[in-house]
Design a protein around this ligand. Structure first.
Ligand code: SME
Length: 137
């Protein structure tokens, strides 16, 4: 059995590698369902400090993915009504859910300073990553 600390170290490492290797990934982090509550709590991340440590289900891009269980690609955050701004530098966002035993338990969230940077390849990479992450949770 892995301690939560080992898991968080691995999740942080994933964020660091993505942040380093992909230049248009400018904030990379994990959110997880907060126990039995209908809210997300911030996990390991790399990037600017965010006010959004707790996100109620349904709120923002992250909260919507917590409800829908579907990848949400936002080419232009300024065109979104239900969006929580972390940084004025953020232009685009992608959120991919993490499923464990069929349950939507969290997500990876990536912000970009570039407009419309995310391709099908990003979606495939992040989907694969979320499946791998689920195995260590
Ligand atoms: N933009 C997100 C909030 C999280 S920050 O990007 C880290 C949202 O709208 O849910």
């Amino acid at each position: 059995l892995e301690s939560p600390q080992d898991t968080n170290t691995k999740l942080l490492k994933i964020c660091q590698v993505l942040d380093k290797e992909i230049d248009y990934y400018n904030w990379t982090g994990f959110y997880f369902k907060n126990g039995d509550k209908d809210e997300l709590v911030l996990g390991p991340y790399v990037g600017a400090v965010t006010d959004h440590v707790i996100i109620p289900f349904g709120k923002g891009i992250c909260g919507q993915v917590a409800v829908s269980g579907e990848t949400f690609v936002v080419p232009d955050v300024n065109a979104q009504d239900n969006y929580l701004s972390c940084s004025i530098d953020t232009k685009a966002e992608i959120v991919v859910p993490i499923f464990k035993n069929g349950e939507n338990i969290g997500q990876i969230d990536i912000d970009s300073h570039k407009i419309d940077p995310f391709t099908k390849e990003d979606e495939e990479l992040l989907n694969w990553l979320c499946e791998e992450v689920a195995k260590i949770l």
